[in-house]
Design a protein around this ligand. Structure first.
Ligand SMILES: *[C@@H]1O[C@H](CO)[C@@H](O)[C@H](O)[C@H]1NC(C)=O
Ligand SMILES: *[C@@H]1O[C@H](CO)[C@@H](O)[C@H](O)[C@H]1NC(C)=O
Ligand SMILES: *[C@@H]1O[C@H](CO)[C@@H](O)[C@H](O)[C@H]1NC(C)=O
Ligand SMILES: *[C@@H]1O[C@H](CO)[C@@H](O)[C@H](O)[C@H]1NC(C)=O
Ligand SMILES: *[C@@H]1O[C@H](CO)[C@@H](O)[C@H](O)[C@H]1NC(C)=O
Ligand SMILES: *[C@@H]1O[C@H](CO)[C@@H](O)[C@H](O)[C@H]1NC(C)=O
Ligand SMILES: *[C@@H]1O[C@H](CO)[C@@H](O)[C@H](O)[C@H]1NC(C)=O
Ligand SMILES: *[C@@H]1O[C@H](CO)[C@@H](O)[C@H](O)[C@H]1NC(C)=O
Ligand SMILES: *[C@@H]1O[C@H](CO)[C@@H](O)[C@H](O)[C@H]1NC(C)=O
Ligand SMILES: *[C@@H]1O[C@H](CO)[C@@H](O)[C@H](O)[C@H]1NC(C)=O
Ligand SMILES: *[C@@H]1O[C@H](CO)[C@@H](O)[C@H](O)[C@H]1NC(C)=O
Ligand SMILES: *[C@@H]1O[C@H](CO)[C@@H](O)[C@H](O)[C@H]1NC(C)=O
Length: 696
């Protein structure tokens, strides 16, 4: 009956999976369905720990078990007869409590697959820590002990810390689609125990591969890299790192690094990156996109004013990468500024205005966060008061109210903290929360368009969605930021009313970064060799490795160039060679593919001149080879060969032995037949040969 059953299951599964183009091997009585959508958690390492997940070298195999409730864990951890189990979790069960129990019972757990829901969970979810970048901001025991470790304000109270745990089994994410339905069905048909009975073979099983090359910590893997490199260039891990994007309202001589005598710079900062529990999904809508889109829109709003009535101070727009991982981008820029490796140095920095999470304003309110410790200094305090004053007056007449948190509260996690670590620079961090985050999905896969309430009426085509104005709140904030920056840079009061952010541009940016980057607008703004990176989904804002610019970095650079630069009429070659005819390399030139004129399919490219450039966002710890540094980020990412998964039916051991027995029997009898045939060949084949002989 078992053989009958297994044939039956193959038919059944085959019916479910006929769309998958899977061929059924009737000899093996097994069926493999490869999972197309494999989103996995990977291993990361820092100075002291490894976090994340991995499988064994040959992948982990386990019998599927769809967890129905937390109580049901007992089956997986104790009573189930067929360990190890591959646990399928519906997202409400992807909690710290369940995951820590699975981690503790890892001998019976082969892996976990979490089914991602199609709408965000109402109660919120954050796999990040409650106190992001706790040890690498400014609030240390030496700076101000009472403010260290989020003693005064817990910024991310929903954080369950799962992203920073180590699991010695693979964890994948599954989309809630037909593919996943097949898995659930396979479980229901084969593995689900009836009343008290144990499920019968063959059972539905899953195999997940996500073997990671690096172990232990960053120092260990960097040492292994160095050893391996001399033998064969096979690395085991790479430092997390990327590029920061920056531009200035006045062209700065980028060849001359370090102090610029007459330059006074107002830094306007935002962060670019984000993360989630899973490697491939980091939408960062509120945590990253809301802030940098606001800053991009403000930079655009300031283009005319800063060209026509140049204020005395230069505004430096900076977009930091890798901030999630202990402030990689900002710590690098500050380090470079201190070591005369950046275009301006710290002495040139007048003040900092950072745009944090600003997409979820309650009562149209924004909060101006400042550092109470540096404000104890009278002159710093005065500058901070001036900046707050500029922000307040910039908000008048707009649908934005700004306020300061009512008590002496430290700064939320922000790039500005890395400037303060170097010296007491005046600055403000703009946020939509007074104390704890309003973002219920900080650094999670749910921090997406839905979280920012970006939605479209049904039946709009993608092109109509691109143009559809979803949001005016971000535009208002951008206008306020632009006006405040202009005042802060010493610009004329009379110009202020002409500075307005463009809602059309804001809405197109939100669409491109939150819904799909492959749209007619972005296609025009990028060079032709970049178009293959545009996709029908939002970009992944997870930081890159070893300074390979990730796709969002370059997108932001192209956008910044378009929004702050100008087009110039020079040839494509001249543009790509950065205008060799021009001796002072004050600008950056980019050839973008442009749009096709009506009645033509041929795009007409053009050259954009701007000050938008990239700078290193690699932690100084790797240049200094201080892999156990406490000051700088030490995060590295393990390498892996492949990440994949499949499901199949496993026969019982008995069935396998039976198959083996039959196989051995067949082999023996065929050997016997061969022996008989060859020993009696003369007799058997003599008549066959005769006709051929007869022809002679
Ligand atoms: C997996 O991808 C292949 C090729 O893209 C496709 O033919 C197949 O239908 C997909 N399988 C499933 C289960 O979606
Ligand atoms: C881990 O499992 C052991 C037995 O396997 C149990 O005694 C212990 O309480 C568990 N720890 C936690 C934190 O659940
Ligand atoms: C936290 O801050 C309070 C004062 O605000 C102080 O009394 C307490 O000792 C601090 N706790 C730690 C662990 O530093
Ligand atoms: C490394 O990461 C772990 C896990 O998040 C953390 O507990 C530890 O403090 C980190 N080590 C350093 C030196 O930052
Ligand atoms: C999923 O299955 C349903 C019902 O079998 C079918 O109507 C639908 O088209 C399938 N969707 C995909 C994406 O295959
Ligand atoms: C830029 O700096 C370089 C190196 O200091 C110098 O040679 C060049 O003349 C400067 N260009 C301008 C336009 O100031
Ligand atoms: C900037 O000036 C140009 C012409 O000088 C005008 O067409 C454009 O609308 C202005 N842009 C903004 C944002 O004010
Ligand atoms: C101001 O914002 C509030 C809340 O977001 C909104 O209800 C109101 O319509 C806005 N007013 C204007 C003039 O935009
Ligand atoms: C800008 O600088 C010039 C010369 O350095 C000075 O005369 C002028 O008053 C300054 N303007 C403002 C608004 O500070
Ligand atoms: C920016 O992009 C728009 C739309 O593609 C284009 O019309 C404009 O000329 C571009 N501006 C610059 C300075 O590149
Ligand atoms: C660009 O320059 C070329 C030659 O220098 C000239 O023929 C052409 O008309 C210019 N185009 C524009 C739009 O100014
Ligand atoms: C494009 O083609 C249409 C019809 O083929 C014609 O009416 C129109 O004038 C053309 N436009 C241009 C800019 O050539």
């Amino acid at each position: 009956t078992r053989i009958f059953q297994s044939v039956n299951c193959v038919k059944l599964l085959y019916a479910f999976l006929s769309f998958a183009g899977v061929s059924c091997n009737s000899v093996e009585k097994k069926i493999y369905v490869h999972l197309n959508y494999t989103v996995s958690c990977v291993r990361l390492l820092n100075a002291t720990h490894q976090i994340g997940c991995q499988s064994s070298l040959s992948g982990n195999v386990g019998v599927l078990h769809v967890l129905e409730s937390e109580e049901n864990l007992d089956w997986v951890l104790h009573s189930g007869p067929n360990p190890p189990y591959m646990v399928i979790l519906e997202s409400p069960l992807f909690t710290r409590s369940v995951m820590m129990k699975l981690k503790n019972g890892s001998g019976r757990v082969a892996g976990v697959a979490v089914v991602a829901p199609n709408t965000n969970p109402a109660e919120g979810f954050s796999p990040h820590t409650t106190c992001p970048n706790e040890n690498t901001g400014v609030y240390s025991e030496t700076y101000e002990p009472t403010m260290a470790n989020c003693n005064m304000t817990v910024w991310n109270p929903l954080g369950n810390g799962l992203s920073y745990e180590e699991f010695d089994f693979p964890i994948f994410s599954l989309k809630d689609d037909n593919d996943t339905q097949v898995i659930r069905q396979c479980y229901l048909d084969h593995n689900r125990a009836g009343n008290g009975s144990t499920p019968q073979y063959p059972l539905c099983a899953m195999q997940l591969y996500s073997h990671m090359s690096a172990v232990t910590d960053t120092a260990t893997c960097m040492r292994r890299n160095a050893i391996n490199f001399s033998l064969n260039p096979e690395m085991v891990c790479d430092p997390l790192g990327d590029q920061n994007v920056w531009a200035s309202t006045r062209p700065l001589n980028n060849t001359a690094k370090g102090h610029k005598m007459w330059e006074s710079v107002v830094i306007a900062a935002a962060r670019l990156d984000s993360r989630s529990f899973f490697f491939d999904i980091a939408p960062g809508a509120q945590s990253g996109v809301s802030g940098f889109v606001t800053l991009l829109a403000a930079a655009h709003a300031l283009r005319n004013a800063t060209q026509e009535a140049q204020p005395n101070r230069t505004i430096l727009y900076t977009f930091f990468q890798g901030e999630t991982f202990d402030y990689i981008g900002s710590s690098r820029m500050v380090y470079d500024m201190e070591n005369k490796q950046f275009v301006v140095d710290l002495d040139n920095v007048h003040s900092v205005l950072e745009i944090g999470q600003v997409g979820l304003r309650a009562d149209s309110k924004l909060w101006l966060h400042t550092d109470p410790v540096s404000r104890r200094n009278e002159s710093v305090n005065k500058e901070v008061e001036d900046l707050i004053g500029n922000l307040r007056s910039a908000a008048t007449g707009l649908n934005v109210t700004v306020d300061v948190p009512g008590f002496s509260q430290p700064l939320p996690p922000s790039s500005f903290q890395r400037f303060l670590r170097a010296r007491p620079i005046p600055g403000v961090v703009l946020e939509d929360h007074q104390s704890a985050y309003t973002n219920k999905f900080y650094e999670s896969m749910y921090d997406n368009a839905e979280n920012l309430n970006v939605s479209y009426p049904p039946n709009l085509t993608p092109e109509e969605q691109l143009e559809y104005i979803t949001d005016t709140a971000v535009t208002e904030v951008a206008t306020m930021v632009a006006r405040a920056l202009y005042r802060q840079a010493g610009g004329e009061e009379s110009q202020l009313s002409s500075i307005k952010a463009d809602p059309q541009i804001v809405t197109k940016m939100l669409y491109s970064f939150l819904v799909r980057s492959n749209n007619s607008w972005f296609q025009q703004l990028v060079p032709s060799d970049f178009t293959s990176y545009l996709a029908n989904r939002p970009p992944n804002f997870y930081v890159g490795v070893v300074q390979q610019s990730s796709e969002p970095t370059l997108l932001v650079q192209y956008l910044l160039a378009n929004l702050t630069g100008s087009t110039i009429n020079i040839t494509q070659d001249n543009c790509k060679n950065q205008r060799e005819d021009e001796s002072d390399k004050m600008y950056n030139y980019m050839w973008v593919q442009g749009a096709a004129p009506p009645n033509s399919t041929e795009r007409e490219g053009y050259c954009v001149r701007s000050t938008a450039r990239l700078s290193k966002a690699l932690s100084p710890a790797f240049d200094l080879e201080q892999y156990t540094s406490k000051n700088f980020s030490t995060w590295t990412e393990s390498r892996w060969k492949f990440i994949k998964g499949r499901i199949f039916l496993v026969a019982s051991h008995e069935l396998e032995m039976l198959t083996l027995g039959v196989g051995v029997g067949v082999l023996l009898s065929s050997l016997l037949v061969t022996y008989i045939i060859s020993s009696k060949a003369d007799i058997l084949f003599s008549s066959g040969r005769e006709p051929t002989n007869a022809t002679y």
